[in-house]
Design a protein around this ligand. Structure first.
Ligand code: RB5
Length: 142
């Protein structure tokens, strides 16, 4: 399962990304927001983060205007490693090296096609399991 969430700034991209990912066969759980009414991104960041911590979802995607507020909020949850990505190289490396479990994107930063490719790359890339990366990740955990 892939958990997804957004605020009002990410709503349109989220809808289209869900459609894109479902066509590719991913099972998606959408934690909202579901309307264009102004809302608070930490609410949705925490829902998606909790789904991962509970083991309900393997990975998550959070979308706001910039991706930044979502990443700040998600990274406050112990065990979450959220990365803002605006390119495919970063999306690949943050899975391989940081074992990132949430991808954050900015709907006001990215075009939809690029966002789809970044999400595909993130979801298709596995953690390297290299000892040096495991050590570094353990050093950033509480
Ligand atoms: C909402 O206007 C905007 O602040 C939010 O979507 C996000 O960019 C925050 O980081």
């Amino acid at each position: 399962m892939i958990a997804i969430g957004c605020d009002h700034g990410g709503l349109d991209l989220k809808k289209q990304l869900v459609e894109h990912l479902e066509k590719k066969g991913y099972e998606i759980k959408d934690f909202g927001t579901y309307t264009s009414d102004s809302c608070d991104y930490p609410v949705y960041a925490k829902k998606v983060a909790q789904s991962i911590i509970d083991g309900e979802s393997e990975l998550g995607i959070l979308i706001c205007g910039t991706g930044i507020g979502m990443s700040m909020a998600a990274n406050k949850v112990s065990g979450i490693r959220a990365a803002v990505c605006s390119d495919c190289f970063s999306a690949e490396k943050t899975r391989e090296h940081n074992n990132a479990n949430i991808l954050c994107m900015g709907a006001r930063v990215l075009g939809n096609e690029l966002a789809f490719r970044i999400a595909d790359t993130f979801l298709e890339t596995k953690f390297s399991e290299d000892e040096r990366h495991k050590r570094r990740i353990s050093m950033i955990e509480d």
